[in-house]
Design a protein around this ligand. Sequence first.
Ligand code: URA
Length: 272
Amino acid sequence: MQTDRDESLAALNWLIQAGADEAIGDSPRDRMAPPPPAPPPAPAETAPRVSAVPAGDGALISNDAALASAQSLARAAATLDDLRAALTTFDGCPLKQTAMNLVFADGNPQAKVMVIGEGPGAEEDRQGLPFVGVSGQLLDRMLACIGLDRTTAYITNLLFWRPPGNRSPTPSEIAACLPFVERHIELVDPNYLLFVGGISAKTLLGRREGILKLRGHWAHYQHVGLTRPIPAMASLHPAYLLRQPAQKRLAWRDLLALKAAIRSGKDPLLAS
Ligand code: URA
């Protein structure tokens, strides 16, 4: 017992000599003790993990909630003005947080042809209008070749906000915009659709092939709210054509097919 006391006093003295002369906790703690056993593993998750996107007020909303909100807002829009207003209140697409402006549409909503691109770039974001940058200028020239302009065509995108740095949109960003695009098509109810670029063609036609496979063929765009399927032509994006000018001949063929369909006034997939 005496030895224990002497050893404790010697240890205390050693600590004091070492400068540890102040208590920092109410009770002693054995820092040399082995760590406590690890807690048992958490039970397996039963629900799938959902990622979340920031809401306008900084809170997070799940992708499922974003989709549900997009569907109900889009469905409730009875006019194009309603649809645009619905997009201004929608906080389920994270692209809205980084974009300067909503880019809704340009052109004539009564037009027979509705053009759907991918998403706004820097100039479109600045002006709040689709296809007004360099690729938009090429699109205008392409449409002019078949006698169309912004009074005889209606132009929009699959995404209503610019992806930062013009990166490719993520599947959840596309999914958040899609109910609005589907309602957009229903409200405009064009005779013909022109999808420019692989992302809009694949998404709206529900196909997996690349644009070089999809382009040049008529397909029917179908959706529950439509009274009939709408003939759709997929073609090359003007931004791609600026990088690969030799491919303009393919886009030219697609535009001629669209021109012939407009002239005939028929659905090229039904016309005999
Ligand atoms: N590219 C697009 O797909 N859309 C625009 O509005 C501009 C460039």
